[in-house]
Design a binder for this molecule. Structure first.
Ligand SMILES: [Zn+2]
Ligand SMILES: [Zn+2]
Length: 325
């Protein structure tokens, strides 16, 4: 099965946490958090259409300028989703530069701020020298993006300040039965993407496809495709190690294929974790285990553990794999 999303951490776990997710077969990528992203290539940066910011501490937000510079002349807009204060933070960043030469640039930046049960939406348009303009207020029901291919959901957690957690969820996965293709003498080609698109958009069975000059209807081809559960990728970082957060996270990320989760402190430094509103790696492991996660990728470690033999990674995986803890 070819996955629809290819994901990777942008940095080493001792550096800024960010996850880059490429949407296959589309020239598009998503980014969870925007700390130091200088490890991404120009081509990778240009594909980013949506950025999900957990909170605006500098290690999660300093890369905004770097991305802005890369996409300044791009036609495709940039959408940013973040917690309460994200609009002020984006406005502050944009006000830190002089913009007298950008009126001809097409770039538009949409910012969506989640605050309790409301989403506030603003536009910063190069044509308007990035002056802030309110464009909408809507109800927040947990959903940030709802497209035929996938959804992105958010949850509000506590890190002394509000902090968002995110899930990317493919609506369903379409598999092509290659053996059946060969049996019917049908070639592999762009029509397969059209077929998948038609299924995702729930088009009628009379929808036509042109395959090497021959016409076929969706009803003749539908059995080539089978539908299975889609990918689910979760991203949680910078949350206080308190029961309310932990239970909310377990419920939110349940049965993800992959969970990226902070493991900033180790169990022995629990007191500091409480003071700094971060998880400890044993809790990270338990969250992943209790939520029946397939793969846990611990991220965002305190530099204090860099030279140690046992790192937060080891502790998180130990608690994840071992049911007796
Ligand atoms: Zn952080
Ligand atoms: Zn933080």
């Amino acid at each position: 099965m070819k996955p629809s999303f290819i994901h990777k951490p942008v940095n080493d776990p001792f550096d800024d946490p960010c996850v880059y997710i490429r949407i296959m077969r589309e020239k598009r990528a998503l980014l969870f958090d925007i700390g130091d992203i200088s490890n991404l290539s120009q081509g990778e940066l240009l594909k980013i259409t949506d950025v999900f910011v957990t909170h605006t501490h500098i290690d999660h937000f300093i890369g905004f300028d770097y991305l802005l510079r890369a996409i300044l002349k791009r036609n495709t807009p940039l959408k940013i989703y973040g917690p309460s204060n994200i609009i002020d933070c984006i406005e502050g960043k944009l006000k830190g530069y002089t913009w007298n030469h950008i009126k001809e640039y097409p770039i538009k930046i949409y910012v969506h701020e989640v605050k309790d049960n409301v989403i506030y939406s603003y536009l910063f348009d190069a044509e308007n020298t990035f002056q802030k303009k309110q464009i909408g207020i809507s109800k927040f029901n947990g959903l940030l993006i709802d497209e035929p291919l996938f959804k992105v959901k958010a949850i509000q957690l506590n890190h002394q300040i509000p902090c968002l957690g995110f899930i990317l969820e493919e609506n369903f996965h379409i598999n092509i039965n290659k053996a059946l293709l060969t049996e019917r003498g049908l070639p592999v080609g762009p029509w397969l993407s059209e077929l998948k698109e038609a299924i995702r958009l729930n088009k009628g069975l009379n929808t036509e496809f042109n395959i090497n000059g021959n016409k076929y209807k969706l009803e003749d081809l539908i059995d080539i495709a089978s539908i299975t559960r889609g990918q689910k990728i979760s991203y949680i970082t910078d949350v206080a190690p308190e029961e309310e957060n932990i239970l909310k996270i377990i419920d939110f990320v349940r049965e993800s294929d992959v969970l990226y989760c902070e493991a900033y402190f180790m169990k022995k430094d629990k007191e500091q974790a409480i003071e700094r509103f971060h998880l400890t790696s044993d809790i990270t492991g338990r969250i992943a285990r209790d939520a029946c996660i397939k793969e846990l990728i611990p991220i965002h470690f305190s530099p204090r553990y860099m030279k140690l033999k046992e790192t937060p990674y080891d502790e998180a995986i130990l608690y994840f794999k071992n049911r007796s803890f």
